[in-house]
Design a protein around this ligand. Structure first.
Ligand code: ZN
Length: 245
């Protein structure tokens, strides 16, 4: 099966439209969404509605749980909690009912593990260095796992139990051969990239040939940023889209 892996859309409809256009052109069998469809951006309802019938795997992220009032936003940064409160008012009944009906923050399909944040803490942990990755690879049951949450396109791999974990940023065009070893792979963020490349990120995974490829797509950043400003959301949530930080 060929799957498109997307994560951390963050209510950025312009970025999502661009990514879905590229995914449709690539001709994948399924879209797997690792969560955080809402939060930060100006189009939470539109993004949920655009994805709700398209993703056989649809994880909840911490921002989606905040919109559902299932986690306390007291631990969020001031701008994240302001956007979470705004998001709750924007989501229509259908989008809310859909999010409420989702299973949780992790899933498994075709032997591939999926976690919004990390295998040992699917809601909160940012796996951004090889020590954290090593801890997770040790508890991870699946040989290959997909994670989101950090908004950084990267991967961690360990060839065998004796070898060290290597961590590598994954710019556009990076290709992985997953035939051996243990893996943690983050496709990057569709709508709020933080790895220095402002373009929308997604990844393609072939579960038969065991190959993966990282993609980036241009989208009209100024329109997404302007919508954030117009909505009265914290302005830096729009400004940071230009830099991808
Ligand atoms: Zn996120």
């Amino acid at each position: 099966m060929k799957a498109a892996v997307i994560s951390d859309i963050h209510a950025n409809l312009h970025a999502l439209d661009a990514v879905l256009g590229e995914i449709d052109a690539a001709g994948v069998d399924e879209i797997w969404c690792l969560g955080d469809v809402v939060g930060y951006g100006a189009f939470p309802d539109e993004c949920v509605m655009a994805l709700k019938d398209r993703c056989p795997v649809f994880l909840l992220g911490n921002h989606d749980l905040a919109a559902l009032r299932e986690i306390d936003i007291g631990t969020f940064s001031p701008s994240a909690s302001a956007s979470a409160r705004w998001t709750r008012d924007q989501l229509g009944d259908e989008a809310m009912a859909f999010l409420r009906g989702l299973d949780g923050t992790s899933a498994r399909r075709d032997e591939i593990g999926m976690y919004h944040a990390s295998p040992r803490d699917p809601i909160w942990e940012y796996v951004v260095d090889s020590d954290l990755a090593e801890d997770n690879l040790s508890v991870q049951e699946e040989r290959i796992a997909l994670i989101g949450h950090s908004h950084i396109a990267l991967y961690f791999t360990r060839i065998d139990e004796m070898s060290r974990v290597s961590s590598v940023l994954a710019p556009e065009g990076t290709e992985l051969n997953l035939a051996t070893g243990k893996w943690l792979i983050n496709p990057g963020s569709v709508g709020q990239p933080r790895d220095g490349d402002p373009r929308a990120a997604w990844a393609e995974l072939d579960t038969e040939s065991l190959k993966a490829r990282f993609h980036r797509v241009e989208y009209p950043i100024e329109q997404a940023a302007q919508a954030i400003h117009d909505a009265g959301l914290p302005p830096h949530l729009g400004d940071r889209l230009y830099k991808g930080h």
